[in-house]
Write a protein that binds this ligand. Sequence first.
Ligand SMILES: C[S@@+](CC[C@H](N)C(=O)[O-])C[C@H]1O[C@@H](n2cnc3c(N)ncnc32)[C@H](O)[C@@H]1O
Length: 181
Amino acid sequence: MTMTRRSTWRLALLVCATIAGAAGCLYPGADVPYVQTPTDVVTEMLKLAAVRPDDVVYDGRIVIAAARDFGARGVGIEIDPSLVAYSQEQARKAGVADRVTFRADDLFEVNLADATVVALYLSYDMNLRLRPKLFRELRAGSRIVSHDFDMGADLLPNQTIQVTWRDRRSNVFLWVVPPRS
Ligand SMILES: C[S@@+](CC[C@H](N)C(=O)[O-])C[C@H]1O[C@@H](n2cnc3c(N)ncnc32)[C@H](O)[C@@H]1O
């Protein structure tokens, strides 16, 4: 049987995986599945990054909370167009559509130079791959916060906190981009 492009795509949509114990399904081309950061953890990530109204926060949906609760502007980068559409709708409902934009794009292809804060909930491997890009493109003083995954034993975070939600505990890591030497 010849497998059409459409049927291949349908099969790919069925690929599901877990991230830190929670299940989600992978969009074709995505490096990790969609699993939401719990609201309490989102708030603590943004507090740890000391997000202010003059910040430009990059993530997926977390930028809505950054705009609504911290007055920042946000850019949501998400490879799955349906999640981009969902986030745009959520931003409208939250009354922050004028301060956040969303793009269906690959995080590895996007220039991050505008960001002053990058929030991540990806995977350990993805963080390791993203690390050189983050530290090359972000300006000194920019903050990176990551839910559950660090960036390797040779890049210690500036701060680590633990957030308890329901019966679970999440680590949140903060790195501040140093001046270029
Ligand atoms: C674990 S979820 C986190 C979602 C959201 N940031 C949060 O914390 O609630 C990871 C998201 O990254 C997206 N993703 C995976 N690989 C990507 C890539 N290369 N570029 C952009 N987004 C990607 C997935 O589609 C998924 O929605």
